[in-house]
Design a protein around this ligand. Structure first.
Ligand code: ZN
Length: 98
């Protein structure tokens, strides 16, 4: 069998192919920017469909991105961005640092 081909076998459960949370979040920006390859994009989309926290994160990034695009580029969206991410982390009870 050749398991080194580009096409994933359809028989295996999708869960095995989906990205994990770390990868999904790691590539969220690429994904939003459509810089992911088709395959990676699919895996992340798959993960988002299956993982609420990551989907919520994606939603927020997506909104942010649109907001940033709509407002002009002179604004400093990073501060807003960080604030919203902070809120997210607090809401999730995953405050980093310990
Ligand atoms: Zn996840």
């Amino acid at each position: 069998m050749n398991d080194a081909t580009g096409s994933a076998p359809e028989s295996a459960p999708s869960r095995a192919h989906a990205a994990d949370c770390g990868e999904a979040l790691d590539r969220l920006f690429e994904f939003l920017d459509s810089e992911c390859s088709e395959v990676d994009g699919d895996r992340i989309r798959e993960h988002l469909a299956d993982c609420e926290p990551c989907l919520a994160e994606y939603d927020i990034e997506d909104h942010l991105k649109k907001l940033v695009r709509r407002s002009c580029h002179e604004a400093a969206p990073m501060a807003l961005h960080l604030r919203i991410r902070e809120q997210l982390v607090i809401l999730r009870g995953e405050y980093p640092g310990s």
